[in-house]
Design a protein around this ligand. Structure first.
Ligand code: SF4
Length: 302
């Protein structure tokens, strides 16, 4: 059986967190999935020129990193000798500036993916069954968004993400609000629940071992009707107040970070929210006051 060569690329910018989307794509193609040959590289690694790639995925993050993203896409196109239909570009910048990416004639044929990979793989990746594209018949498989991220690919590159010994989770995606300046409502829509954080963590532990920190990436976790349950699960998972974990023979502090901030307008509605949050080893507590004029509420909530 032919093993397909799949290249995952992250542009050469500096970033704090590993590319979760690529890690999930790695799971899809990796030994527990399609059993392809999956390689992760950062930037334009000349090693990549030694192989012939069946598919290349590029992630994107900050829109202001467009020059690094452009360079990475051009590099990918050179790797596949101009066969742009083998290239998929997703992530935040590609979603927010979708039209802008599509406007580049030299990138015609590249698939720019907007939003989440939360439909079947074939649908999310816009695979063409008529063209018999690789896995275009995968119309019923689990959405890539829900797969366990493959932490092992992080060992394939030199770059060290400042935060890597952590679970990067979403208890919810989307948001209940529609703030004008924010991309979340456009890209993810209304708030919806993701699989239980405890089942995701248990699956990560099974495959990749225990992680020190819990980074909750929800846009607006306090708006979830499951908020109390999410906190209870985090406590059960070992992220209660003053939690520690053994690392290299010594005990280190664990921490929970709601890295998109918690909505000040909701926090102030009931004491329950802060009381619940304080059951966790939270560090830091980020309060998001998205609208001007919320300072009073903000001050009330700290
Ligand atoms: S509350 Fe935050 S995440 Fe939700 S739409 Fe407004 S800015 Fe975006």
């Amino acid at each position: 059986v032919k093993r397909y060569n799949i290249l995952l690329l992250e542009p050469s910018y500096k970033n704090k967190y590993p590319p979760l989307g690529l890690m999930k794509i790695a799971q899809y193609h990796g030994s527990q999935g399609k059993d392809d040959n999956v390689v992760f590289m950062k930037g334009e690694d000349p090693e990549a020129k030694k192989y012939s790639w069946d598919r290349i995925y590029i992630t994107t993050l900050f829109t202001f990193e467009f020059p690094a993203i452009r360079k990475n896409i051009d590099f990918a196109i050179s790797l596949v000798n101009g066969q742009t239909n083998k290239i998929f570009v997703g992530g935040i910048a590609a979603s927010l500036m979708h039209q802008y990416f599509l406007m580049h004639p030299e990138w015609r044929g590249v698939r720019f993916i907007k939003g989440l990979l939360n439909k079947s793989p074939a649908e999310s990746l816009q695979l063409d069954d008529f063209e018999e594209e690789l896995y275009s018949n995968d119309t019923h498989g689990s959405p890539i968004e829900y797969l366990v991220p493959d932490y092992d690919i992080l060992d394939q590159i030199e770059y060290q993400y400042p935060v890597n010994d952590a679970y990067f989770l979403y208890a919810t995606r989307g948001c209940i609000r529609k703030c004008k300046f924010c991309g979340v409502p456009k890209l993810e829509g209304d708030q919806f629940d993701m699989p239980d954080i405890s089942s995701v963590v248990k699956n990560i532990i099974k495959q990749y071992g225990e992680k020190k920190d819990l980074i909750m990436m929800d846009n607006n976790v306090v708006a979830s009707s499951n908020f109390n349950e999410i906190i209870a699960q985090a406590v059960d998972l070992g992220f209660g107040k003053d939690a520690v974990l053994s690392r290299n023979g010594s005990m280190v502090k664990r921490r929970v970070d709601f890295n998109q901030g918690v909505d000040a307008r909701i926090l102030t509605k009931s004491e329950n929210y802060l009381k619940e949050i304080s059951r966790l080893c939270i560090d830091p507590l980020r309060i998001a006051f998205d609208h001007l004029g919320l300072r009073k509420q903000y001050e009330k909530s700290v």
